[in-house]
Design a protein around this ligand. Sequence first.
Ligand code: KG4
Ligand code: ZN
Length: 339
Amino acid sequence: MIVLGIETSCDDTGIAIYHTKRGLLGHTLQSQTLTHSDYGGVVPELASRDHIKHILPIVNQTLKSSNIERENLHAIAYTQGPGLAGALLVGASFAVALGFALKIPAIGIHHLEGHLLSPFLSTTPPVFPFVALLVSGGHTQLMEVHNIGHYKLLGETVDDAVGEAFDKTAKLLGLGYPGGPAISKLANIFSISGKSNNFILPRPMLNSGNLNFSFSGLKTAVLTLSKKYKITQEIKIEIAHAFQEAVVDVLTEKSIAALKQTGFKQLVIAGGVSANTRLRENLSSRTKEIGATIFYPDHEFCTDNGAMIALAGSMRFQNDSKLVKNSFTIKPRWDLEEN
Ligand code: KG4
Ligand code: ZN
């Protein structure tokens, strides 16, 4: 079975073609970082216009580079939500129209399901069941994953998502958008220096007794520091490191607690923040200590991409036809558990 995947939930137009026997045949990502960088965040109307401009040429380009004709496709999977309404509509209407023309199904996929299944694109995928730590610009959740479409929320952020906290902190430090890679780069410079950090930031909700998170206070702590000190490059590096350490500590300890609570031995981390090297290292050593294994997507599939949507679509088709809902709707707000 050959599935075309379309991701347009935010600021990346991601297109991919997935073959259930041969794996990923090709994928293309048109990033809108430059379009939005002057504004310090994503401008929804500009995102929609960019998707409209690029979607058809990228689909054609990906078909060509994958050596696949449109007529060879068996299904189309598109991101149905959550995300920006206008951006989602571009992908959904394109997918449904193409599916209608080719007489093949166009199915809506939950964006977070795409992320949590993305490690299945790797050569050593996890096996159900597992715990998933979903860390992106819009979400921070711990999920109990029993199978495709069988998800139980264990805990989530009560305020900012962790990627959002990276982005807001980067903005405060004048590091531009997206903030995650920028903060991580500075934090790594500090780690290499071997110095000890003068700033210790709080670990919010570390001992809350549940699996929820809170990150908005960290941003406020950084704001307080940035008012107190003259923000030189050295101070930025030190704050970035202190911020990353606090975030990584909380994400790690809650993930370990989730593994202990469920008794599962596999942890998947996915979403943009799973690209963070410090988070991967810390989680790898802590999971090892308790006899568990960690899985994460290849670097290029951490942030939004079409491959994870094509893969999720193909897994739904193969797993259970009841999981395939052929419809033209978008769900800008949508809980994964309802999926
Ligand atoms: O999954 P994603 O591409 O989009 C959403 O679904 O939201 O995640 C984007 C988020 C941004 O907040 C970005 O700053 C963050 O992922 N991010 C990182 C890193 N790379 C991307 N955060 C921390 N460290 C990174 N290396
Ligand atoms: Zn995402």
